[in-house]
Design a protein around this ligand. Structure first.
Ligand SMILES: Cc1cc2nc3c(=O)[nH]c(=O)nc-3n(C[C@H](O)[C@H](O)[C@H](O)COP(=O)(O)OP(=O)(O)OC[C@H]3O[C@@H](n4cnc5c(N)ncnc54)[C@H](O)[C@@H]3O)c2cc1C
Length: 402
């Protein structure tokens, strides 16, 4: 580490996955940072599957022990009539390839762990600070927030997710987000629900009109979601005006020809439905300016069908910190970061979209093709095919060269 990095101060926008992780790693190389988060508290809903590549990053962050849960038992796929037609369990194969098997975690658990570690390292986190503008001059940065706050720093990292304001400000002409045609709608299942399937596993049902997922944690609590087909027009014109009760009716309607347990899960919802329209960015030509850089979903928003968004955000954190540590000129460090990361993340974003398209097969021929494809893809051979994904390693101690 050189004197230049020691005196720099970073402004981090967003306290999701990438933001606190980056602050922790910057601190390790002697850079102070502050995190500014738009909402008032950490998000408390969602599920993440963390694979071996994410696990390696958590180990570098020295956070693996805090977040590790029981190994995943894999995924179980059911046809519309509820019959199990495919079990996906490649734990032994992953181990043979030198990879850990991965685990399922509540998103809130990961966010809490990152938050607690950042706080324990005296990293200031400010909630209710929504970024609205950025001014760059003479190598300094001023971030402006909706409540009138102005903060100065030497560089800024946009960890503000799919709808990144940082991206809109620094790259106003960048390609816009691409809508996938699907809204992810989910909730925690109520305690009364009887759903005795394998724990620590995903259960996926290809319903008549939509693909329904659920995961059961080791404490037997269940989270469920459906992949609701929704046109862009519908999304813009009707989406926000639909009441919670109407949503229940819509979800029950869409799954009325599917196994009853799906409707039971929908009716049991223990919280308001969380609705996430799914977008991605297949390619962003540039990720940075001289003093501002994007990481995580802000740089490469992805649909969730590869289960890799958080993993990519953590990989970005480690690689960007190394670049800043080893390359004294910030703009060069950002350029190197982009060069080291872009091909990999674009490949994952593309794969995720393709997975999503396959899952939402709409007519009998496409459904037959999907079932055949899944049986052909989701077996032991996938571990070798996706070795580039799961075996990704970053050697923290190795110096990066320009
Ligand atoms: C349904 C679903 C399932 C998923 N499943 C998986 C999975 O199994 N495995 C996996 O690895 N990934 C998964 N992901 C992806 C993963 O959640 C994201 O890729 C990951 O959270 C990206 O981290 P991030 O820090 O870039 O963005 P986020 O975690 O989204 O954090 C961005 C933060 O920035 C804040 N923010 C936004 N705008 C502003 C502003 N103007 N000012 C200040 N703050 C702002 C937001 O409030 C938010 O807290 C899934 C995603 C979805 C939607």
């Amino acid at each position: 580490m050189n004197n230049k990095t020691e005196s720099k101060k970073a402004i981090i926008i967003g306290c999701g996955v990438a933001g606190p992780a980056l602050a922790i790693m910057l601190k390790r190389i002697g850079i102070e940072s502050e995190i500014y988060e738009a909402v008032d508290c950490l998000s408390d809903f969602g599920i993440l599957s963390l694979t071996s590549n994410a696990i390696r990053m958590l180990k570098i962050l020295e956070m693996y022990d805090q977040v590790k849960t029981d190994d995943t038992e894999g995924a179980f796929f059911y046809k519309q009539d509820g019959k199990l037609f495919l079990t996906f369990d490649v734990r032994d194969e992953l181990k043979k390839h030198g990879n850990e098997t991965g685990f399922i975690i509540r998103r809130s658990q990961l966010l809490q762990a990152l938050y607690q570690k950042a706080i324990s390292e005296n990293i200031p986190i400010h909630f209710g600070k929504k970024l609205v503008d950025i001014k760059e001059s003479n190598g300094d940065i001023t971030a402006l927030f909706e409540d009138g706050t102005k903060i100065k720093g030497n560089f800024l990292v946009g960890c503000d997710g799919t709808f990144s304001k940082t991206r809109n400000i620094i790259l106003p002409d960048s390609p816009s987000l691409k809508y996938t045609g699907t809204v992810w709608i989910g909730a925690n299942a109520g305690d009364s629900i009887e759903y005795e399937l394998q724990h620590n596993a995903f259960h996926m049902t290809f319903g008549k009109k939509a693909y329904f997922g659920s995961a059961i944690f080791s404490d037997k609590k269940t989270i469920w979601w459906t992949n609701y087909p929704c046109s862009e027009k519908q999304l813009k014109e009707e989406f926000d005006s639909v009441s919670e009760k109407q949503w229940t009716e819509k979800l029950l309607e869409i799954h009325k020809d599917d196994p009853n347990v799906l409707s039971d899960l929908i009716r049991s919802a223990a919280n308001e439905y969380v609705k996430i329209p799914l977008y991605d960015i297949p390619h962003l030509p540039v990720w940075h300016t001289d003093s501002v850089c994007l990481i995580g979903d802000a740089a490469h928003a992805t649909s969730p069908y590869a289960g890799q968004g958080a993993a990519m955000a953590l990989e970005d954190v480690v690689v960007l910190t190394k670049c800043i540590r080893d390359i004294s000129n910030l703009s060069d460090a950002f350029t190197k970061f982009e060069e080291l990361r872009k091909d990999r993340v674009e490949q994952i974003v593309k794969m995720s979209l393709q997975n999503g398209e396959l899952m939402k097969a709409s007519n009998p021929i496409k459904k037959m093709f999907r079932d055949k494809m899944l049986s052909a893809i989701l077996n032991k051979s996938i571990v070798a095919k996706l070795d580039w994904l799961f075996s990704y390693k970053v050697n923290w101690d190795e110096k990066i060269k320009l």
